[in-house]
Design a protein around this ligand. Structure first.
Ligand code: CP
Length: 372
């Protein structure tokens, strides 16, 4: 950033409008989408989201002759499809690469003698991939080998450093900002909702509710047989702390999220108490973040069967303010949430997933504006 900053000052002194705009874009327009702060004013971002939702092809010309490359080190359904659709909404070409299916196996460490099964180094692969596109999206989950490698975003930062292109995070070791933005859009859409019709897929009866003036949003840990990353709860916490809501996090002891993401959120270890009067319940499993138990980073603490009372069911939902239920999907039924709760009229899992197209369209639009 030092060179563009000096160049920007130089362009101002020369009164060169073209150079001023060019370096201003490099400095101030979105080159990386990782955290809530990258979107700037949240109200403005939400307003753009609703503008795009009303007419998702409005900016078709913006992406003409521009290429988005989506690189997946891990599986995906929603992120893959919604981001491709978003790029198409903007008139972009899209290339999708599944690194583990058909590409050379990649070495990520410097100094390794490459005599094993990895044929290519990330340090060559990244600039090569960058040379074929204008914007890069990357999915690379936490590896749980080293907390510092994961929390320093070792893989994604190499893409930022060596691709030469704007990079957006499609779920990294520690964050999932496209999901959190879609979650925020969904909460904004439903926070004043007083009447919910039965779910067309599952039936049920219509529900009337009186929303709290300031919505109460609860992020609840739920059990899971495998060790899952903290990216979704981290980003959800970060975004809720920036939003106009009362935010509570509930989980068993040992699962404390990194303070960088949990911020000033109220932490309540009693799940039933946390759920009281809530307008939105966001369920998610995550493994030990290694905050209060550094040696257990990335582990499932104890036997998950012992935590079955944390599965979100009608017992917990009964103490809420007829709360909406949210989950990023994919979800394990009757492990994270019961059939009855996920099929209820108040379940938002499908609208939430649909909003992934909207959050991705806003982010790609911002990035296209930065490189125009
Ligand atoms: N919520 C989410 O990111 O879904 P996928 O893992 O299917 O992309």
């Amino acid at each position: 950033m030092f060179f563009p900053f000096i160049s920007f000052l130089f362009a101002v002194l020369l009164k060169n409008d073209y150079l001023c705009m060019k370096f201003c874009k490099i400095l101030f327009f979105m080159r990386v989408f990782q955290n809530v702060a990258d979107l700037g004013d949240l109200k403005q971002a939400l307003s753009e989201a609703f503008e795009i939702k009303a007419n998702r092809y409005k900016y078709q010309e913006l992406g003409k002759n521009k290429t988005a490359m989506l690189i997946f080190f891990n599986n995906s359904l929603r992120t893959r499809l919604s981001t491709q659709k978003a790029a198409m909404n903007l008139g972009m070409n899209v290339i999708v690469l599944d690194v583990n299916q058909g590409a050379w196996k990649l070495e990520t460490e410097r100094g390794v003698i490459m005599e094993g099964d990895k044929s290519e180094h990330l340090l060559e692969a990244i600039p090569v991939m960058g040379s074929y596109c204008d914007i890069i999206g990357v999915r690379s989950f936490a590896r749980f080998e080293s907390r510092s490698d994961d929390y320093e975003e070792k893989i994604l930062n190499q893409f930022i450093k060596y691709s030469g292109k704007p990079v957006f995070f499609m779920e990294s070791a520690t964050v999932h900002p496209l999901q959190a933005f879609a979650d925020l859009i969904t909460i904004e859409e439903y926070k004043n909702c007083t009447h919910v019709e039965p779910n067309p897929l599952f039936g049920g009866v219509a529900i009337d509710r009186v929303p709290n003036k300031r919505p109460k949003v609860v992020l609840s840990w739920a059990p899971h047989p495998k060790a899952l990353p903290q990216a979704v709860p981290n980003s959800f916490a970060e975004w809720m702390n920036a939003a106009d809501v009362d935010f509570v996090i509930t989980h068993p002891e040992g699962y404390e999220l990194d303070p960088k993401f949990a911020g000033n959120a109220q932490v309540e270890y009693d799940q039933m108490k946390a759920f009281e009067g809530a307008d939105f319940i966001y369920a998610k499993n995550w493994s030990c973040p290694g905050v209060t138990r550094p040696n257990d980073y990335g582990k499932v603490l104890g036997d998950y069967h012992d935590y079955s009372a944390w599965t979100v069911g009608e017992r917990q939902m009964a103490v809420t303010n007829k709360a909406f239920f949210m989950h990023c999907l994919p979800v394990r039924r009757n492990m994270i949430v019961t059939d009855d709760v996920i099929e209820a009229p108040t379940s938002l899992v499908i609208p939430e997933a649909a909003n992934r197209e909207i959050s991705a369209t806003v982010v790609l639009k911002r990035m296209l504006e930065a490189i125009k």
